[in-house]
Ligand binder design. Structure first.
Ligand code: NDP
Ligand code: 8X3
Length: 259
């Protein structure tokens, strides 16, 4: 029997935009209690309002910076005041900063990527695990990337942290074996969100170029996969999923229409 998400407690990091915001909406439509965090609280407020309208059992938001241990601890203390149990954790917060070669890379970009994608995932998971331990059939979904599977020029640190995400996912699955908690990685390819605007530091032209001439994934495609992973019967663990748009045959091979 599939797992119903009705009245289940779901926490999504990085839910002020992109996959996280769309994922929140999808879990809301399933009747879950939706808890969201990110740094831009006014964005969270808007996402939470949408979730309430969409049918969430309840909706809760709070400022969260996964790059800061104290901030994560404060968030999870607040979360514990809402619920003694968590059924689904989606470690989504993160992104790429810059596309410099190793030779030209900037410490601040490298550190931002390591802090959010890598250490952020670790911090949030560590603090949330006590809420999931007694909770067979619960699900941890880590958002990886095609970049964690295949490297590309200018991707060194981003590819590195997403490769690390895969190893963390595997370690965690081993460590949690026997608890009934399932752990999976959901790895998207090219998807049009705010990802490229963040990577290119607000340069719209460079960001648009990434998606030019092809039909990229959109946040809904990834949100649907989150729901699918979290609603499998409790004995089924979706270890990993790679989702690419049809035009992206591989990292280095995309078909683009020219006008
Ligand atoms: P967006 O830029 O649209 O969303 C990123 C989200 O992460 C925002 O809500 C942002 O919120 C949040 N975030 C970033 N840093 C932090 C932080 N330190 N603390 C808390 N929240 C943070 O991008 P996507 O939706 O595309 O990205 C979501 C995830 O998917 C990322 O991990 C990304 O690496 C991954 N991914 C993206 C792909 C793509 O092509 N779009 C493909 C493969 C993977 P705020 O700024 O308000 O804190
Ligand atoms: C985002 C996909 O290929 O731009 O993780 O790195 S890619």
């Amino acid at each position: 029997m599939n797992t119903s998400l009705r009245d289940k407690w779901v926490f999504i990091t990085g839910a002020s935009a992109g996959f996280g915001a769309e994922g929140a909406l999808h879990f809301a439509r399933e009747g879950a209690h939706v808890v969201i965090g990110a740094r831009r609280v006014e964005r969270l407020e808007a996402v939470a309002a949408e979730c309430s309208k969409a049918g969430a059992a309840s909706t809760h938001f709070h400022e969260l910076d996964v790059a800061c241990t104290d901030n994560v601890k404060t968030f999870v203390e607040w979360l514990k005041g809402l619920t003694p149990r968590l059924d689904v954790l989606v470690n989504n917060a993160g992104g790429a900063h810059g596309i410099d070669t190793v030779a030209e890379g900037k410490d601040e970009d490298w550190e931002a990527m390591i802090e959010s994608n890598f250490l952020g995932l670790m911090r949030v998971t560590r603090e949330c695990l006590p809420l999931m331990m007694e909770n067979s059939g619960s699900t941890i979904i880590n958002i990886g990337s095609i970049a964690g599977r295949v490297a590309y020029e200018g991707g060194s640190v981003y590819c590195g942290v997403k490769a690390a995400e895969k190893q963390i996912t595997q370690s965690l699955r081993l460590e949690l074996n026997g608890t009934g908690i399932r752990v999976g990685t959901l790895d998207p390819g090219l998807a049009e969100t705010e990802f490229s605007m963040v990577r290119f530091k607000g340069n719209q032209e460079k960001s648009d170029k990434v998606y030019e001439g092809l039909h990229p994934l959109v946040a809904q495609d990834i949100a649907e996969a989150m729901i699918w992973m979290a609603t499998r019967p409790p004995h089924v663990c979706i270890d990993e999923i790679l989702i690419k748009c049809t035009a992206q045959a591989a990292v280095h091979k995309t078909h683009r229409e020219t006008s």
